[in-house]
Design a protein around this ligand. Structure first.
Ligand SMILES: Cc1ncc(COP(=O)(O)O)c(C=O)c1O
Length: 488
């Protein structure tokens, strides 16, 4: 059977897989962010059930010509809306090899002995970089972290830990009074995964939103909320690079404030973006204090040149995973079986292998330089915007997010019509999406700094890139292009 890899089909499989690699590389190096805009009318064709198979070479040609042109190419230099391009050749190698090797990290001894230890090593490297204490690892309860499939999974696991830390009988007895399991988040910038996680784990929509200033907690308001709700708060969530503005909260101050009021509150840092700064000696100081937090979400697939999906949830006290352990005779009760500490995950592919390859290949020092460069590029754009007459900058650029708006004439900001300026920026974004040449992100954002008008909801454009191939010229060209669209 030609379709199945075997000694007899080895040569055929190699030819097909070589073709796959070439297709992937050519796609990533394509000059356009998107070749063609997808037409929804093709959907019904995609839904047709394939009763008869298609030979793989032929199927690959079909895929190359009929599917790939509609895919978004994060690796294109004009794609400037998401933080990473996943362009580490080593990480891609790890991704491919993990599928070949088919290790299942739910158990360690029979299906993934060395893979388990390599995953533990990756977690240890991240913990060490972020400043958590490293103890001798004798079993899974000493590891202090789990690999998940994304920031959402890491945040959900953190909320589960917070719930059990708040009331350790909840796993057995269920949530009795959800209003006593509140979670504090910063208003307007929190990622939806926290609110959703609380609903998934039976705590309901018991979110307390605290006002912000410059996209960080207003500390007076935070204190007030903590005092008013004392005993009913299970967690405070802080952002170390929020999804919109990449602001970094006042980590040490928040730690002191929260633990002084209630030592038992679980402090969670969503550092899906910002943990990357830990790789740079120069930038690490920006995340000082993160090591005091009870848990930290990290997303290598967002910031470490590593393809989707891989996230890691790290916790300060490794023993705390005992709060949410799964026990079944289907998971081996062995020292290193990850299945005992990975809520929501059963079979577990070796997704950490791509990160292992990437870190081993580039090394911490050079990764640090790569992170510094992406921050410098964002600073370069922010200066261009500040010095322009027609764009305003809405955030303090901390990592690599530049949130800005076309306003036509900065001198006339006082008399600006906010509705019209929102419409103009929505129109620019619509034109960008239709043309498929450049890509920037757009979302709603409250003006926290009074740049246009304090408290107004704006629809800015957002540059964010971690693509090491982007140059200053690409950024200059993007601004020129935006001006052209704005004046259309
Ligand atoms: C700050 C932050 N946390 C969590 C997430 C969720 O990550 P994922 O999409 O990998 O589940 C995101 C995604 O954008 C994010 O920006």
């Amino acid at each position: 059977m030609k379709e199945i890899l075997s000694k007899d089909t080895k040569d055929y499989s190699k030819i097909c897989l070589e073709k796959v690699i070439n297709m992937g590389i050519d796609f990533k190096l394509n000059n356009k962010f998107k070749e063609k805009n997808y037409d929804i009318s093709n959907f019904s064709e995609l839904l047709e059930i394939p009763n008869k198979g298609t030979e793989l070479n032929e199927l690959l040609d079909y895929f190359k010509n009929e599917i790939m042109p509609y895919c978004s190419n994060f690796s294109n230099e004009k794609f400037m809306s998401f933080p990473d391009s996943g362009n580490s050749t080593a990480a891609i190698s790890g991704a491919i090899l993990s599928d070949f090797l088919q290790q299942n990290l739910i158990n360690s001894s029979f299906c993934a002995p060395i893979a388990t230890h390599m995953e533990i090593a990756v977690i240890k490297w991240l913990r060490e970089l972020l400043g958590y204490e490293i103890k001798e690892i004798k079993n899974i309860w000493d590891v202090g972290g789990v690999i998940t499939y994304g920031g959402t999974g890491s945040n959900a696991t953190a909320m589960l830990l917070a719930r059990e830390n708040h009331n350790s009988k909840t796993m057995i007895e269920g949530v009795k009074s959800p209003e006593n399991y509140k979670v504090v988040i910063p208003k307007g910038i929190a990622h939806y995964s926290i609110r959703s996680s609380l609903m998934w784990i039976g705590c309901g929509n018991n979110i307390l939103e605290v006002p912000t200033k410059d996209y960080r907690y207003n500390l007076d308001e935070l204190k007030k909320t903590l005092i008013e709700n004392k005993g009913k708060i299970m967690s405070v969530v802080c952002y170390v690079g929020d999804s919109r503005t990449q602001s970094i909260d006042n980590l040490t101050e928040i730690y002191k404030l929260v633990k002084e009021i209630d030592e038992n509150i679980w402090l969670h840092a969503d550092a899906c973006h910002g943990f990357s700064l830990a790789f740079s000696k120069k930038l690490k100081c920006k995340i000082e204090g993160i090591q005091y937090f009870d848990s930290i979400s990290t997303d290598p697939h967002k910031v470490l040149a590593t393809p989707y999906c891989i996230s890691a949830l790290l916790i300060k006290d490794p023993e705390n995973f005992k709060l949410v352990t799964s026990s079944s005779d289907l998971i081996m009760q062995e020292d290193y079986a990850f299945g005992q500490v990975t809520p929501f995950i059963g079979s577990k592919s070796w997704v950490s292998l791509k990160l292992w390859f990437m870190i081993k290949n580039i090394g911490i020092e050079k990764i640090g330089q790569m992170i510094e460069k992406r921050c410098e590029m964002a600073q370069y754009l922010s200066k261009k915007i500040i010095n322009s007459n027609d764009f305003v900058l809405l955030n303090s650029v901390n990592i690599n997010s530049v949130v800005f708006m076309y306003v036509q004439d900065k001198e006339k900001l006082d008399s600006i019509n906010i509705k019209k300026i929102n419409e103009k920026n929505i129109d620019i974004h619509k034109q960008l999406s239709e043309e498929g040449i450049y890509h920037l992100h757009q979302f709603s954002l409250t003006d926290d700094n009074g740049i246009i008008k304090q408290g107004e909801v704006l629809f800015p454009l957002r540059y964010m890139s971690g693509n090491p191939n982007i140059t200053k010229k690409d950024i200059d060209d993007m601004l020129t292009y935006l001006r052209k669209l704005a004046l259309k």
